[in-house]
Ligand binder design. Structure first.
Ligand SMILES: [Fe+2]
Ligand SMILES: [Fe+2]
Length: 301
């Protein structure tokens, strides 16, 4: 497979840079006490933490977030849903999609960094080693397949990075909040009230989050995985909610119920990265069986 060169205006050398940055921001898995769906706990402490990790962020990561916050408008997020969620690009099986994603070669060090397929396998294998349910292991295997958006010409800022609600006020706990000042929505008063275009308690399903790989893979898998897994897919990058406890006013009972699922998944995504590379060839039969249990042979993308 031929490497796909990354286009201009793509500041990250590797998509991993964003994930490494998450780990710098959240070096520890959440404790059980922190998992309470508290809104706005410890405001003073969080402000300091922001300052540190913003100051320490690599210039490439800072530039990535500058682009992300400037360009992810409400209208952009709606337009991308329309563009991609008709699923008329191709039909592929899940393993095939993982191999397809694996063409995404960025400039990271091939000796120490994991490929996309290796990250998926490592996440899934950690879930498996912990005795998690089969649907959850499979959720781990598919969770980043939405990054194939990069192969279809989407810029990094429209694929990865933390997601956030568009069409309402930005939480100050979103990383690099200052960069939102360059977003056209910032000057639209309708989008800058607490609830914005939403009703209080409307539920996240009704909220147009910034566009990225989470929303795409959720929609691909919507008919095939249990609700718990679908929450893990759809909101794994929604750090302002699952790590910062923000946007409580938009949640409904279903969101409050499944927050713990998103939080249970996060450590497997974030803290399992090691340089021990999983053996894709040896693992493939296990995953093909697991995939066949939940998905049809071909899925629409
Ligand atoms: Fe992800
Ligand atoms: Fe991931």
């Amino acid at each position: 497979m031929s490497p796909i060169a990354l286009a201009q205006n793509q500041p990250l050398q590797s998509l991993d840079e964003v994930e490494d940055f998450y780990k710098e921001r959240y070096p520890q898995p959440m404790s059980e006490a922190q998992k309470k769906p508290a809104v706005g706990a410890d405001p003073a402490k969080k402000v300091d933490e922001f300052r540190n990790y913003e100051a320490d962020a690599r210039p490439t990561v800072r530039e990535f977030y500058r682009l992300n916050h400037a360009h992810q408008t409400h209208e952009f997020a709606l337009a991308k849903r329309k563009e991609y969620l008709g699923f008329n690009r191709r039909q592929m099986g899940i393993w095939e999609a993982a191999e397809y994603l694996n063409q995404l070669i960025d400039d990271s060090d091939p000796d120490t960094d994991l490929s996309q397929l290796e990250h998926l396998l490592q996440t899934a294998e950690h879930l498996r080693a912990d005795g998690q349910s089969r649907w959850m292991i499979l959720t781990g295997f598919v969770h980043d397949l939405g990054k194939i958006l990069c192969l279809w010409g989407e810029p990094q800022w429209a694929v990865v990075g933390d997601t956030f609600p568009t069409g309402c006020a930005y939480s100050p706990k979103i990383v690099f909040p200052k960069f939102f000042e360059a977003n056209p929505d910032f000057r639209n008063p309708r989008f800058q009230t607490k609830n914005g275009v939403y009703e209080e308690g409307c539920g996240l399903d009704a909220v147009n989050l910034s566009w990225g790989h989470d929303e795409y893979i959720y929609n691909v898998c919507k008919d095939y995985l249990p609700m718990e897994g679908l929450y893990m897919l759809r909101y794994h990058s929604f750090y302002p909610w699952h790590r910062e406890g923000e946007y409580g006013h938009l949640l409904n009972d279903q969101d409050r119920k499944h927050l713990k699922d998103v939080q249970a998944f996060n450590p497997y995504d974030l803290y399992t990265k090691s340089h021990a590379k999983p053996d894709a060839k040896a693992l493939r039969p296990y995953y093909e069986d697991l995939i066949a249990e939940f998905f049809p042979a071909k899925v629409r993308w």
